[in-house]
Every structure is written in structure tokens, then in C-alpha cells.
Design a protein around this ligand. Sequence first.
Ligand code: IPE
Ligand code: IPE
Ligand code: MG
Length: 263
Amino acid sequence: MALAEMLAVVPAGSDEEALLRRIDFARLPRHVAIIMDGNGRWAASRHLPRVEGHRAGIEAVRSAVESSARLGIPVLTLYAFSVENWKRPDTEVSALMGLLKHYLRLELKSLLRNNIRFKAIGRLERLSEDIRIELREAEARTAANTGMLFNIALSYGGRAEIVDAARQLIREGIAAEDVDESAFAARLYTADQPDPDLLIRTSGELRVSNFLLWQIAYAEIWVTDALWPDFRTRHLLEAIVDYQRRERRYGAITAATAGVGKA
Ligand code: IPE
Ligand code: IPE
Ligand code: MG
């Protein structure tokens, strides 16, 4: 059971334990999506090169993936590299790609141990062949896993994804009158996955930066000032507790918002 599994790994009497006990495990978000931001600022505040911030961010990735899987969250998507991030200096891009490769090699065992299914989403054809080989290997080796689905968004752009879905519909010769929201969603990289219920962004920035634009239509947004390398299980639990306090209305009127006797 998720609560027992989590209690076994958090220190007794800790903030994490108190947060865990407030979570309703019957109402977990079905999909948590995270914009991992602030690595550069984390490094700058320590007078380190930006790449050291990215390196430190790996520990936060590990923590987010393992905690989400233990909690029983069905889908986790991490935004690791956007289509716009190709505009960064070559040295930073290659450092990021090197770290990605290192992460994949090191973490594959842990993904397998935790029954996690891995999937890369984005314009992957822009990645170098060696990275694509690692990604395919991780996807293939974890394909039969039945636990959490872990999407990593790489060379990813929400607008690019929507354009790709439109191209796919045209290629398949789908008639205009058959193009509806479900036909569209079925051609996105996240076809067959639930939309994110909870969108987390670190480092205090209040924007979505081209992430899962279609899918976050009704996501609840939670922003923390914590920089990504400092993100730990406690932040994830705080986000879930906050998410569970919210009333989701999807444009309708609910008991709490309908004033008595008002039109
Ligand atoms: C997030 O950290 C990692 C990526 C976007 C690849 P940043 O590198 O954006 O860090 P800041 O925003 O400059 O602090
Ligand atoms: C968003 O962060 C992209 C990723 C986390 C991969 P950025 O740092 O690239 O976004 P902006 O530039 O602040 O919008
Ligand atoms: Mg940033």
C-alpha cells in the first residue's frame, strides 16, 4: 500500500510524515507534470558554472521519480529540454545531453526495480543518434513494466506537438468532420494517457513555457520558489496536499459556488 511504502522511507516525526498522513490516497492526481526550472540560478547562487546546477538537478529527478512511483501516481512527466532550449550555447546543450546519457545509464536499474515504464516525448529526431539509442533501450527494457509511466519531455514543445498531431491527421487522411478533440488527443505524444491533474513549476516562474499546452487545459498549477536542484519529496507532498484542497469546477457550477436563491 502506498502510504505504508512511503512511511517506510521517510524519517519518523518528519515534515514528510506529517504531509503523507494528510494525503487522501484515493484521490491522487492521475498525472503529475513538472517544469524543472532554476538549475542555472541554483549554480549562480553558489558561484558555480550553470552545468553544476544541471548536475545537481539529477538528484531531484531521482527523488521525484522514486517518490511519485512509491506514492502510486500513475503518470509523471518531467520537462527536461524544450525545443526553445536548443537556442542555448552549444557547450550547455552538450553538457545537458551528457548528463541525460549518464542519468539513463545509471537509473535504468532503478526504473526496472521500481516497475517504472519509461517514455521519451518530443521532437526526438533532433537528438543525436547516441542519445536516441539510449532512449530506445530504456523504453524497450521497461516496456513490460506495469507501474508508473515516466515520460521525459526532450526537445519538446507544446506547439510543435500540436502541429505534429495535425500533420498526422492529414497523413492518415482523416476527414475534416471526423476531427474532434478525441481524434486530436489520440495523435499527441501522450495518446492514451490521462491529462495532467497537477502541474508543478519550480523557481517561482509563473508561466508554462510551451509545456503540454493541449493537455494542461484544466490542470491545477502549483508553483514553488524552490530551485529545481533543491526539490525533494517534501515539495511533491506539499503540492499534492494543496491540490487535494482545491475545488475543480471545469467551468460548471458546483454546490460550493452556487449562491442560494441567486440566478
Ligand atoms: C532548468 O534550469 C533546466 C533546463 C531548462 C534545461 P535552467 O537552466 O532554465 O535554470 P535557470 O532558469 O536559468 O535558473
Ligand atoms: C522550461 O524552462 C523548460 C524546461 C524546464 C526544460 P526554461 O528555463 O527554458 O523556460 P523559460 O525560458 O524560463 O520560459
Ligand atoms: Mg529556466
